[in-house]
Design a protein around this ligand. Structure first.
Ligand code: MCN
Ligand code: SMO
Length: 807
């Protein structure tokens, strides 16, 4: 029997004009099922093909010469030192690409000063790793040797480095962009509600000044680009490890002045992106440029060291809060300042701003807040540029908010669970427009907190904690409740304060033999879309998932769209598949009705068999109907193709949940051991629970990395100190305890099928849960966490075992 989800309970505020019945989705057999990922065999057997695996005839290899200085003027690049220049070795400097427009913010946010980034530096370098030249040769070894030689022949005039925001704004500071007259490229304050009155009425004001660490994506596959230009038909093909193939195609065409229909972008297998492969990298313009210039295929594969220097980094922010509360711990108002440390350029959709801007807007989370002043600022520094990494801005906001909520509870003698309940929105208050204009659709804020607390057995933990404390052992419990904005379409991006029109489509086609191809404009890079979309199409059409193939990532076979980021694919991609499948189902039923001499309304499809209700045995297989739809002129329609392309641009959806971490801190060494992690995830209707759990596992692990280990460290001289994985620590399996994932389900009343996204929640929530667990363990020492990661030296400082200057 066909089940449909409950009818929508509220009309979308910023809707897409869909009537209530179109918000439903068929969920016969596959949606909601723990289906193993169909794509995994090729990953597990080493048969997946990444950019580095691809080979083209006459292919050349590119190696970058990158700046060893954080801030310097390029005086000269002496290419004459290279033997074989122009015959066996080719060099491209910024001057050779002077006609290529610099990368610049695409989204026009008022008040943001523009910092155009030449795709190869021309006059100045602005971080260690900034591109100075590209050397191309027949093999990687020759190119590496030549790059080393050329690197030694670049003359620089070294300029004073700007290693952090304080230095950036000091009087007389050297300027990264002299013509701007400042390193601070953005500062704006927005006021919501009457904070002055709220602060005047408050019983207490709590304050926190927090440094959120600079950490970033460490995908198993580094970045990589292969470009091939066929001169005879002026066709450029670019294989790139990207999350956004169509967007990249539009940008390459624009930057290189090529007609867009002559540019094809293919994202082959992508070994993780985590946001870093979302924005256009300069390398994605440079390598195609060189391929066009030389008329030969050119490949660049980033090495690990280069990745840690030159790939975008993320999340660094300085956040200062004043929080007005009552004696009962009720939040009245917040004054917050969010300052981003943007690195050398803000080049892609206001990259220096995304961290502080998204943090400020998402700050209220699951709590009611009636007055809020938000100041957002960003400064340039001589570090690698900041861009997206899982949970952009939301991680920092959630971390600082959940830390301060715990500090208020401790300060007022209120239990941390209780203070959250006193401030949280109730499910029956939703839909609710937050003080920052975010429209929460539905959610289980109290329920997810309660379920986490129940699962962890809170009372038993507190008893054991007290008992062990007597013995000098410090156990801690940290809670982190969160709301995750998802479904990044026009509405979601506007609610985040960074409006960007959205465009996504899927094409569902049933071929003459009855098998199904689903082509989508989202671009999977590890999330399991081949399985999840197959589940949706299978239910939509009444077939098995083995009959469905999902394709994406190639601009010549996938419909135009924005790719995958900001936990948008389940809601947007999923709905486009459901809508297109529903249309094709109608086409099939029409033909089947002709064949079975029945009304389409009386037909059902189950396991690829189309039957007449109430007439046992009167049926046709999907293959018979599909064949007839193409070839039988007696029964086929006027448009004898079983295909449909549908679009969807949803209202924002907000997932939520709660992560609780148990830890033990060794007061002698400052090391933190995590004992248990419980995660409650509520992303509305779940397509595949197994995928959702795995996403939670991965995201929490990355969040734990940020909380305990990961940080890009720069010296006061602007030199990066974490340039190998010996220095930049990522968590390994022994650092992560079992993660227990439990689900609640608050379907979105606004989105097709009630689906909400969820891909980033774990990373948003985990750092605060870890920080709060450590603060709880160290409460006897009055510890207040003011930075991450909680590395042993910092933990010892919190305990008071060492002073700040000893670490
Ligand atoms: N899903 C589901 N039911 C839901 C919601 C999601 O079954 N109600 C499934 C989806 O079908 C999808 C997965 O869970 O297979 C994640 O869905 P969604 O939340 O829509 O996120 P996206 O697919 O758009 O992926 C983007 C998200 C982001 S923004 C980052 S960053 C991140 C993440 O996904 N990068 C990843 N997870 C990653 N996982 C891997 N392996 N690699 C990355 O680079
Ligand atoms: S950082 Mo995820 O690709 O939005």
């Amino acid at each position: 029997m066909t089940e449909t989800l409950p009818a929508p309970t509220a009309a979308p505020a910023a809707g897409n004009g869909l009537a209530a019945e179109h918000l439903r989705i068929r969920t016969d057999k596959w949606i909601g099922k723990r289906t193993k990922r169909v794509e995994d065999p090729r990953f597990l057997t080493g048969n997946a093909r990444y950019v580095a695996d691809l080979v083209r005839p006459r292919m050349l290899h590119a190696v970058y010469v990158r700046s060893p200085h954080p801030h310097a003027r390029i005086v000269s690049v002496d290419t004459s030192v290279l033997p074989g220049l122009g015959t066996s070795v080719w060099v491209f400097t910024g001057k050779d690409l002077a006609d290529v427009p610099p990368l610049i913010d695409h989204v026009a946010l008022d008040h943001l000063l523009r910092t155009p980034q030449n795709v190869i530096a021309v006059d100045k370098v602005r971080f260690v790793g900034d591109a100075v030249a590209v050397v191309v040769a027949a093999d990687r070894y020759a190119a590496e040797d030549a790059a080393e030689e050329l690197g030694a022949a670049v003359e620089y005039e070294v300029l004073p480095p700007i290693p952090n925001v304080t230095a950036a704004n000091a009087p007389g500071a050297a300027l990264l962009f002299e013509d701007l007259g400042t390193n601070e490229i953005y500062r704006q304050t927005e006021r919501h509600g009457d904070s002055d009155a709220a602060f005047a009425a408050a019983d207490h004001v709590f304050e926190i000044a927090f440094h959120h660490n600079r950490y970033g994506a460490a995908p198993m596959e580094t970045r990589g680009v292969l470009a091939d230009y066929e001169r005879h038909d002026k066709q450029l093909t670019v294989w790139s490890s990207t999350q956004m193939p169509h967007f990249l195609r539009s940008i390459i065409a624009g930057q290189l002045g090529l007609p867009e229909h002559r540019v094809r972008v293919i994202a082959p297998e992508v070994g993780g992106g985590f946001g870093q492969k979302m924005c256009t990298s300069p390398e994605e313009i440079v390598i195609p440029f060189i391929a066009v210039a030389l008329g030969r295929p050119v490949k660049w594969i980033e090495d690990r060291h280069e990745h840690l220097l030159a790939a975008t980094q993320a999340k660094e922010e300085h956040i200062t809060l004043e929080v007005a509360v009552t004696n009962e711990g009720k939040l009245l108002a917040v004054r917050g300042e969010f300052v981003g440390d943007g690195g050398g350029y803000s080049f892609n959709t206001e990259s220096a701003l995304i961290e502080p801007a998204l943090a400020a807007k998402s700050f209220p989370g699951p709590y009611r807040l009636d007055a809020y002043d938000e100041t957002v600022a960003a400064s340039l520094t001589n570090k690698s540029p900041v861009a997206a990494y899982r949970g952009v801005g939301w991680t920092a906001a959630n971390t600082v908010r959940e830390i301060v909520v715990d500090e208020i509870a401790r300060g007022l003698g209120i239990d941390p669970v209780e203070i959250r309940h006193r401030n949280m929105l109730h499910a029956d208050e939703l839909p609710y427009r937050s003080i920052t204009e975010q429209l929460y659709d539905s959610g289980s804020y109290h329920e997810s907190l309660d379920l986490a607390i129940e699962t962890i057995d809170y009372a038993a933990f507190r008893a054991r904690q007290a008992e062990l404390r007597e013995q000098g052992r410090y156990l801690g419990l940290g809670i982190s409740s969160y709301v995750e904005q998802t479904a990044w379409g026009s509405d979601s991006s506007a609610q985040a304060g960074t409006p960007l029109p959205s465009h996504d489509n899927s094409t569902v086609t049933v071929d003459p033999s009855g098998t199904v191809t689903v082509a989508v404009s989202t671009s999977c890079h590890g999330q399991g879309h081949e399985t999840a979309y197959a589940q949706i199409a299978a239910d939509g059409l009444g077939v098995g998932i083995g009959d469905v193939k999902v394709i994406y990532g190639d601009t010549e076979s996938a419909p135009y769209g924005l790719g995958t980021y900001a936990s948008r694919s389940a809601v947007i991609g999923g709905a486009t598949v459901a809508r297109a499948a529903a249309d094709v189902r109608e086409q099939i039923l029409k033909v089947a009705a002709n064949m079975l001499e029945a009304n389409p309304e009386d037909l059902t499809i189950d396991d690829s068999v189309i039957s007449v209700t109430g007439a046992p045995g009167v049926s046709k297989t999907m293959a018979e109907v599909a064949y007839a739809a193409y070839w039988d002129s007696e029964v086929r329609s006027d448009e004898p193709l079983l295909t449909a392309t549908r679009f969807y641009d949803p209202p924002a959806t907000y997932a939520n949940g709660c992560v609780v971490v148990l830890c033990e801190v060794d007061a002698g060494t400052g090391s933190v051991t995590l004992d248990r992690i419980v995660a409650i995830e509520d992303c509305g209707t779940v397509i595949n629970p197994m995928i959702v759990e795995a996403q939670v596992h991965g995201a929490i692990t990355q969040g734990v990395g940020g909380a305990l280990f990961e940080q890009f460290v720069y010296g006061d001289d602007g030199q990066p100190q974490t340039t190998t994985y010996m220095d930049y620590l990522v968590p390994t399996s022994t650092d992560i305890p079992p993660i227990e994932v439990l689900s609640l389900c608050s379907p979105s009343p606004f989105s097709i099928g009630g689906i909400k996204g969820m891909g980033e929640g774990g990373q948003i929530a985990a750092p605060a849960a870890v920080a709060n667990a450590v603060a709880d363990a160290l409460a006897p020492f009055g510890a207040k966490v003011r930075q991450l990661p909680l590395a042993p030296d910092y933990v010892l400082r919190l305990i008071g075992a060492i002073g700040a200057d000893e670490s």
